[in-house]
Structures are given as C-alpha cells and as structure tokens.
Design a protein around this ligand. Sequence first.
Ligand code: ATP
Length: 140
Amino acid sequence: RERTLAMIKPDGLSGNYSQKIKEVILQSGFDIVQEAVVRLDAERASVFYAEHSERSFFESLVKYMTSGPVLAMVLERPDAISHWRTLIGPTDARKAKTSHPNSIRAMCGLDSEKNCVHGSDSPQSAAREISFFFGDVKSV
Ligand code: ATP
C-alpha cells in the first residue's frame, strides 16, 4: 500500500464538491487516513508550490490557493499516487472535460488554474506534502 496527498482546492470546497469527491475516493478503494480543513496564507501557499515560483502564473496561483480554505487528505491504497492522478485527470480542466469526461477535474474544475483538486506526483512529493499538512510521518 502507498500514501498520497490529495487536496480539494478553494474552488472545490466553495462549490460544495467535497462530498461527491469523497464518494469517488471511497468507491475507488482508498482509505482516508487523515484529513484537515486548512486555510493557507500566502507564505504557506508559496512554500507548497515553491517549484513553480519562477512561473508567470505563480502570483495568480498563490492568490487562488489563499482565496478560501482547502481540504487536505492523506489517501492510502495500492499504487495510490498514480491512481489518484489518473482519477483527477489533466491539469487543464477544460481539456479534462473533453478528453477525460469522467475525471474529477472534468466534474468540478474550470481551467488550467482553477482545477479544484491536487495530487502528489511522486513518492518524494507525497512525503513532502503529507508532512507539510500533517507533520512528519513514519515511512510507510
Ligand atoms: P497539482 O500539482 O495541483 O496537482 P498538476 O501537477 O496537475 O497540479 P502543475 O503543473 O504542478 O499541475 O501545476 C500546479 C498548479 O498550478 C495547477 O494545478 C494549477 O492550479 C496551476 N497551474 C498550472 N499551470 C497553469 C497555467 N498555465 N496557468 C495558471 N495556473 C496554472
């Protein structure tokens, strides 16, 4: 079994998609190991997305991520990282709506920024992101 960090971003929470997303999570064989509603300030959001700090969209991304609370969750199942990435669909929610109509971003996302959910992209980022929200975890 493997763990990943899933996050429902501010647009997902304000659009009341949490319940629907959690149903998909549980139906897909994940256990929700930990969860927390968190309000990120600009500094914390900048740390979370530090790898994008030089990108043109960074300022807008930080504004988006601090526009309201997020729901962070640790999900666990075999192959959790890639399975969750597949379920959420492509980064650009407009593409998701055409090419991955059953994906979570097709359901609740808007465009390449406001895409309603996040998922860790590697074991290293999962470990970093889980400790970002929940503190240090023992290796799994
Ligand atoms: P996440 O890391 O949130 O799961 P991702 O791995 O699919 O998303 P990244 O390329 O890591 O996508 O980008 C991180 C986030 O930055 C995206 O989820 C999106 O909110 C925002 N973003 C990415 N590309 C753009 C863009 N071209 N314009 C505006 N925002 C963007």
